[in-house]
Design a binder for this molecule. Structure first.
Ligand code: ATP
Ligand code: MG
Length: 400
């Protein structure tokens, strides 16, 4: 006997009233896209859950992939049987024997199919007795069992499921619009991207780099981070912004205490332009309050001033340790700590103002004509689309 199905439960989806159908369809599509390497499987959804028919496919890699898909609350391996008492008995025994380190169990029967001749309570006993007779040193514990076997008797068939394995939670990517993620090579921004995607948001990324001060390796690091994020949703379009000329101008013409603030404002301004071009309605950053000079309340006030777009900051109230923990979990950490210079660290002044005044920034900026530089930047942005396994395509890539 084999586990032949995976049962997926939606969780938070069930709260979403009339959007429910949209959410379920999106989840179905996301699951299907993630499982294209397994042509034998079939996916079916009903109102309250989704089932994957494995058709002989090894369940382990499929379960692993499903665990990283947002919108799934939990999932279980399942055995599908006829509505036949003997078959159900054998399958339940198999499920119990397959589970590791189990000393106690509980049977919970749900009899949606009222034509099935045995009531749920009685059926719990029927199956329970069968398991007790055919195993050694395993007992029933209805309060705190090591394993709870669910027997779901439906019209067409019966499903026997064992352990519920935690899913990634959140909402299916694609149900909450799109955001433009400011992706540096650091630890924070990939985590911010992950958390935003977890709320059902698709992302594109923008990265500012300053060749020749920043290296090819630094750029590759950002593409690797973007590739990592693809596993939680979809291909990620990365806008590589050549920032050198503008940064040099800021460095030359703005008083040093204020150059960082102006540079950040320019980054946000250019990001908003890209977002508009791409029909994206928000910007996401990895900022965390008080972490560095550009992330004080005053700095954020002075920087945020250049855009009316909502700026999503999923990490704003998180400690660095908590951010690092997520980075390690999603395996972005090891990429992020590769030691390559970021454009912001190269031009950063020795003592950036931690409490810049918005009025002063505007005053300095008014004397700085950057129209030409920004025009030039918008014309020379390189677009790279990163997909799982990194097939790279894009406007500049096409040129070479
Ligand atoms: P990170 O670890 O994400 O680099 P950080 O703690 O180093 O963050 P900053 O360097 O001040 O903080 O950057 C704050 C945020 O600004 C980043 O999380 C990112 O969203 C954005 N950002 C910084 N540098 C760049 C860059 N070169 N390109 C795109 N976005 C950037
Ligand atoms: Mg950084």
């Amino acid at each position: 006997m084999l586990y032949d199905h995976i049962v997926i439960r939606y969780g938070e989806l069930s709260l979403k009233g009339k959007n429910r159908k949209v959410f379920i369809n999106q989840l179905h599509e996301n699951v299907r896209n993630k499982l294209t390497d397994f042509p034998e499987i079939k996916i079916k959804n009903t109102r309250d859950r989704m089932t994957i028919l494995l058709n002989g496919t090894d369940p382990e890699p499929v379960m692993k992939i499903c665990q990283s898909i947002f919108g799934i609350q939990n999932l279980s391996l399942a055995i599908k049987t006829e509505n036949d008492v003997e078959e159900i008995k054998e399958s339940a025994l198999f499920a119990l024997q397959e589970a590791n380190h189990v000393q106690t169990f509980k049977i919970t029967t749900r009899r949606a199919n009222k034509e099935f001749p045995i009531g749920s309570q009685e059926f719990n006993h029927v199956i329970g007795s069968h398991l007790l007779t055919n195993t050694e040193e395993i007992m029933v514990n209805v309060h705190q069992p090591d394993i709870e076997l669910h027997i779901d008797i439906r019209k067409d068939a019966t499903y026997i499921t064992s352990q519920k394995i935690k899913g990634a939670g959140g909402l299916p990517v694609g149900t909450s619009g799109k955001s433009l993620l400011l992706l540096s090579g650091g630890i924070d921004s990939p985590v911010a991207g992950y958390l935003t995607m977890r709320r059902g948001v698709k992302i594109e990324a923008v990265h500012f780099h300053s060749p020749p001060y920043t290296s090819e390796a630094a750029k590759q690091k950002v593409l690797d981070l973007a590739e990592l994020l693809t596993q939680f949703g979809h291909d990620v379009k990365v806008h590589m912004v050549p920032f050198t000329a503008l940064q040099q101008k800021i460095h030359r013409e703005i008083p040093h205490g204020y150059s960082m603030t102006v540079m950040r404002r320019m980054m946000l301004k250019i990001s908003e332009k890209i977002a508009k071009q791409e029909n994206i309605l928000s910007i996401t950053t990895g900022e965390s309050l008080g972490q560095v000079a550009s992330q004080t309340m005053e700095s954020m006030h002075a920087i945020n001033d250049v855009t009316n777009f909502p700026v999503i900051r999923p990490l704003i109230a998180m400690d660095k340790e908590a951010i690092i923990e997520i980075a390690q979990q999603i395996e972005s950490y090891d990429i992020s700590i590769r030691p390559f210079e970021d454009c912001c660290t190269i031009f950063v002044p020795i003592a950036p103002k931690t409490k810049p005044k918005r009025e002063k920034v505007i005053l300095f900026e008014n004397k700085l004509d950057v129209t030409k530089e920004i025009e030039e930047i918008m014309k020379t942005i390189e677009v790279v689309t990163v997909s799982k396994n990194s097939a790279v395509e894009g406007s500049m890539a096409d040129l070479f």
